[in-house]
Design a protein around this ligand. Structure first.
Ligand code: ZN
Length: 130
């Protein structure tokens, strides 16, 4: 069994087969669907070829089921959060950057923090870590 990814607002399943599906909205209000890899540390993604998002641009990640914004307002407006339930039924928080091209993912599980990606230093202070 593979990990499930869950919306923290509605508990809806965001993973279908081998992709996590989000609705994104850029600053101009343009919406698009994005497919992310469920593998932490894999920053490849898929969008329709008509969608153009510049490197460094902030897009809001939104649950495609309940339309709630997945921002972590308590941490940083650049970061979004989903829940992951792994093959053993263990629940963790997956926190990732909404900035195009910024590679950073945090896994919070039982109060422990794991950081992945080249740009995690930009955010570590939000977790009380230097
Ligand atoms: Zn939802």
């Amino acid at each position: 069994m593979k990990s499930d990814y869950i919306c923290p607002k509605c508990n809806g399943h965001l993973r279908v087969r081998n992709s996590i599906i989000f609705l994104t909205k850029d600053k101009k209000g343009h919406s698009a669907l994005v497919l992310l890899s469920p593998e932490v540390g894999d920053y490849s993604f898929h969008m329709h070829k008509s969608v153009e998002i510049a490197d460094g641009e902030h897009t809001n990640f939104i649950c495609p089921i309940c339309y709630e914004n997945l921002n972590t307002d308590d941490l940083n407006q650049n970061l979004a959060k989903v829940l992951r339930i792994d093959e053993n039924g263990k629940k963790s928080e997956i926190i990732f950057s909404q900035i195009k091209g910024e590679k950073c993912t945090f896994i919070v599980c039982d109060g422990n923090l794991e950081a992945f990606g080249d740009h995690t230093n930009n955010y570590l202070d939000h977790f009380g870590v230097k």
